[in-house]
Ligand binder design. Structure first.
Ligand code: HEC
Length: 123
């Protein structure tokens, strides 16, 4: 991803289109990519720590805030909450992956800058 950004900036510079701003480093995740920042700072940490209480909270919150048109999102998240409740780390990871495979790319392409309405699980 970073390589692609660098490539793009290089390309823009080559064509003389780059302003000083375009050459600036890409924005940090938490400024322009609210869901990504929460995933990285809170959700990923909870999964690494096998912190099932936090995982339950983040899955519940994901289930509540399914983006419009992402019809399987809530069900994937609810199943994740069940697996967190049961303390099944591998099954939890499967639900992370299920959602990422299904929606991550589209989300990145179409709604990455959207506000993410929750900080559930943040400490
Ligand atoms: C219901 C959907 C859904 C679930 C469940 C989910 N994620 Fe995500 N996750 C996303 C989406 C969508 C993105 C893309 C956000 C972006 O890049 O703007 C994302 C991005 C991420 C990222 C950022 C990757 C990067 O680009 O740096 C991490 C890390 C992550 N998720 C970890 C997890 C973990 C760990 C779990 C399970 C405990 C999990 N996610 C569960 C939807 C989900």
């Amino acid at each position: 991803m970073r390589a692609a950004v660098v490539y793009l900036i290089t390309l823009l510079t080559a064509f003389g289109l780059a302003s000083a701003a375009a050459a600036a480093p890409p924005p940090r995740a938490d400024e322009a990519q609210p869901l990504r920042a929460w995933m990285r700072d809170v959700v990923d940490k909870a999964a690494s720590d096998k912190d099932f209480d936090t995982l339950k909270a983040v899955f519940a919150s994901l289930a509540e805030h399914a983006p419009k048109g992402y019809d399987d999102w809530a069900a994937i998240a609810r199943k994740g909450a069940e697996k967190a409740e049961a303390g099944e780390a591998r099954a939890v990871r499967k639900q992370c992956l299920a959602c990422h495979m299904r929606y991550q790319r589209d989300y990145r392409e179409t709604m990455r800058g959207a506000a993410w309405p929750t900080t559930a699980g943040a400490r």
